[in-house]
Structures are given as structure tokens and as C-alpha cells.
Design a binder for this molecule. Structure first.
Ligand SMILES: Nc1ncnc2c1ncn2[C@@H]1O[C@H](COP(=O)(O)OP(=O)(O)OP(=O)(O)O)[C@@H](O)[C@H]1O
Ligand SMILES: [Mg+2]
Length: 62
């Protein structure tokens, strides 16, 4: 796998997938999300309601 990280990253997300619910009631909130946030940088997470912004931040927070 390609290594997207380096020591200047504050947070790295690699192929993150988050599914709520189970079986016939599943919602795929995040599907293969890979990104990074550099130290000392400012990032705005934007998108329509339900696009997964809060889920992304919850996963990034560990
Ligand atoms: N606890 C949960 N159980 C089931 N589905 C959930 C849960 N939390 C979020 N979801 C679903 O996951 C998807 C992403 O939701 P999320 O709350 O991350 O979106 P959002 O971009 O933060 O939306 P908003 O702008 O309304 O805050 C939506 O389809 C939502 O219905
Ligand atoms: Mg939200």
C-alpha cells in the first residue's frame, strides 16, 4: 500500500470504513476514506447533511 504519511501529519486516516446498523438495515457512512491533516494546518469539512462529516471526525478522534 502507498504510504501517504510523514512526520508532519497530525492525523492520518487510511481506508477508513464505517457502517452503522446491521444486515438489512445498514448505512455505509464512510467508504474507503484516505486522507491526512498536516500539523499546524486548518481544515474545513464540508458536505451535505448525512454525507458523513460527524462520522469522519468521530473516527479521526479514535
Ligand atoms: N448512530 C447512527 N446510527 C445509524 N446511522 C447513523 C448514525 N449516525 C449517523 N448515521 C448515518 O450515517 C450517515 C452519515 O451521518 P453523519 O451524521 O456522519 O453525517 P453529517 O455529514 O455529520 O450530517 P449533518 O450535516 O446532518 O450533521 C447518515 O446516513 C446518517 O443517517
Ligand atoms: Mg454532523
Amino acid at each position: 500500500m502507498h504510504n501517504t504519511g510523514n512526520r508532519t501529519d497530525a492525523v492520518r486516516l487510511t481506508a477508513v470504513r464505517k457502517v452503522y446498523g446491521r444486515r438489512d438495515n445498514q448505512v455505509v457512512a464512510l467508504d474507503d476514506v484516505t486522507t491526512r491533516f498536516g500539523r499546524g494546518t486548518f481544515t474545513a469539512i464540508m458536505g451535505p447533511s448525512g454525507s458523513g462529516k460527524s462520522t469522519l471526525l468521530q473516527c479521526a478522534a479514535g
